[in-house]
Design a binder for this molecule. Structure first.
Ligand SMILES: [Cu+2]
Length: 138
């Protein structure tokens, strides 16, 4: 085999290997759901798609429960920030789409680590949970 053919073969092998490793990464599956509980009040955050993609619409969904029962009629909002830098206010307000399930659409303008603070208010009580979400490059 001459050297030119060898280089071509090596490049082809690298390409195939690269595609194969991308395929494996894609099968790693969703990162969520994320759940935290305090004083019987549980907040589970799901994001669609998971992981979210920068500059694309993401659906945020909070499943709320109190002592294991779905938490109805709460005011829920999400506060989206990037710990590394300031991106301005990004606080979509959620609507209750089913008992204890609240959703809002959001756009995160940059890939990287975002902090999603799920804020809940019900019957004069306020509570929250913060979740880290890794946003992918477009
Ligand atoms: Cu940023």
């Amino acid at each position: 085999m001459n050297s030119r053919a060898f280089i071509l073969l090596a490049a082809l092998a690298a390409l195939i290997f690269g595609l194969a490793s991308c395929g494996r990464q894609d099968k790693s599956g969703p990162a969520g759901p994320r759940k935290a509980e305090e004083g019987g009040k549980a907040i589970e955050l799901r994001v669609y798609p998971d992981p979210p993609v920068a500059l694309r619409e993401t659906e945020l969904m909070a499943h709320l429960s109190d002592d294991g029962k779905p938490l109805k009629g709460a005011k829920v909002s999400f506060d989206l920030t990037m710990p590394a830098m300031y991106h301005g206010e990004n606080r979509p307000v959620a609507a209750e789409v089913d008992t204890g399930i609240y959703t809002a659409k959001a756009v995160m303008p940059m890939a990287g680590v975002w902090l999603i603070d799920v804020r809940v208010e019900q019957g004069g009580q306020k509570f929250f949970q913060k979740f880290y979400v890794d946003v992918k490059e477009k």
